[in-house]
Design a protein around this ligand. Structure first.
Ligand code: WQD
Length: 349
């Protein structure tokens, strides 16, 4: 079996990708220092797949420790690099922490890929690289606007670092630009474990519905959209995960057109915040306690994907609807609260 090294394997998208890789015949190993995740989530992977995944609790910013993982795992066929800080608001407050962590981790893992002659590399990028687009839907050719946050800037720089590296390196790479990953595995055995008060919309909704948060705020209803709230492209995390398996096959089968191919991973549908809330209320058969608050700095008005390239080139299809996303997110939240009553991770104040 081909062995894939997944950095950030205990994270939200990482853990769902481990499941998809195992189910598609890959052998996997994870590097995750659990600074923003819980290694216990891997028990869920074992219950779903029957496979125990080894995680190396290593900080990728420590090159020697990262190198040691490769020495212990020869003949790695591919790397999927998720490990990064990803809280937009936090990145505005602590830019140097984001530049230090996200860029040094990427540089170290790329140095190891070169030293240990790993042939394939998949990079976790984000629709944030587009900034506030002039037109939607965005394609992979839509020009990047200035990033709205240091987090988004680390994704733009990450892409550029890889683009420059492959000019002289034999490494074959794919950049996957996620839109808004939401939901959880249908088994409710793995899902998102937000740290502290959730910044993202869907965990804020489910924690409010679970009574963890007293209420949820909609950040602005005065935007030039159909109901005044922002438009985003929500995509089920399991659909995102499967795209990584397809990207590896694309590289391993030598189908890549360049050494650095880019794909949008979005559903191609734009939904407003209020429409997401309405869908959640339908699925949960409950009324969500929310109020309309002021706009949030850094929010783009509307963005959603043209996903034709991933469909046509990778053979990727979105299997989950917005209703599925809300249902699996709610199932997971209820499971989390049953297993860990009052779960709001204290790992972050
Ligand atoms: C979505 C919409 C908010 C919370 C960011 C990153 C992106 C990815 C996902 C990492 C916005 C509104 C939110 C709340 C609200 N991150 N909202 N009340 O900002 O689109 O994307 O997270 O991979 O790269 O840029 O996601 O879920 O924070 O916000 O009204 O309590 O929900 O204003 O319009 P975002 P989000």
């Amino acid at each position: 079996m081909k062995k894939i090294l997944v950095t950030g394997g205990c994270g939200y998208i990482g853990v769902h990708t481990l499941v998809d890789l195992i189910e598609n015949g890959f052998d996997v190993v994870s590097i995750d220092n659990n600074s923003r995740s819980h290694a216990s989530i891997l028990h869920g992977v074992e219950r779903i797949t029957g496979k125990r995944v080894k995680n190396y609790p290593v900080d990728l910013c420590n090159f020697t420790d990262t190198q040691a993982v490769f020495q212990e795992n020869p003949h790695i066929s591919g790397i999927i690099h998720f490990a990064a800080y990803k809280a937009v608001g936090e990145s505005v407050e602590q830019p140097l922490m984001y530049f230090d962590n996200n860029l040094n981790a990427l540089i170290n893992i790329l140095r190891c890929a070169e030293e240990f002659q790993v042939p394939h590399f998949v990079f976790s990028s984000s629709c944030t690289v587009y900034g506030n687009p002039d037109h939607v839907p965005v394609t992979e050719e839509t020009p990047m606007k200035p990033a709205e946050s240091p987090y988004g800037y680390t994704k733009q720089m990450g892409e550029e670092i890889i683009r420059h590296l492959v000019k002289t390196s034999p490494l074959k790479t794919v950049l996957l630009r996620y839109f808004n990953p939401v939901g959880a595995h249908p088994s409710a055995l793995i899902g998102e474990m937000p740290l502290g008060k959730p910044a993202n919309l869907v965990p804020a909704i489910t924690q409010t519905a679970a009574g963890i948060l007293p209420e949820m705020k909609v950040f602005g209803q005065d935007y030039p959209t159909r109901d005044g709230s922002c438009v985003r492209d929500y995509i089920h995390v399991s659909d995102i995960a499967h795209a990584h398996t397809l990207a590896l096959h694309y590289l391993m089968d030598g189908k890549n057109e360049t050494s650095c191919d880019v794909f949008n991973l979005g559903s191609g549908n734009g939904f407003t915040v209020l429409e997401v809330i309405q869908m959640f209320e339908k699925v949960s058969k409950s009324k969500l306690n929310y109020t309309i608050g002021p706009r949030r700095a850094g929010d783009v008005i509307a963005i959603y994907a043209n996903n034709e390239k991933a469909k046509n080139v990778l053979g990727w299809e979105c299997r989950y609807s917005l209703e599925d996303m809300m249902r699996t997110a709610w199932d997971w939240e209820q499971k989390l609260q049953k297993d860990l009553p009052g779960y709001v991770d204290p790992m972050l104040n």
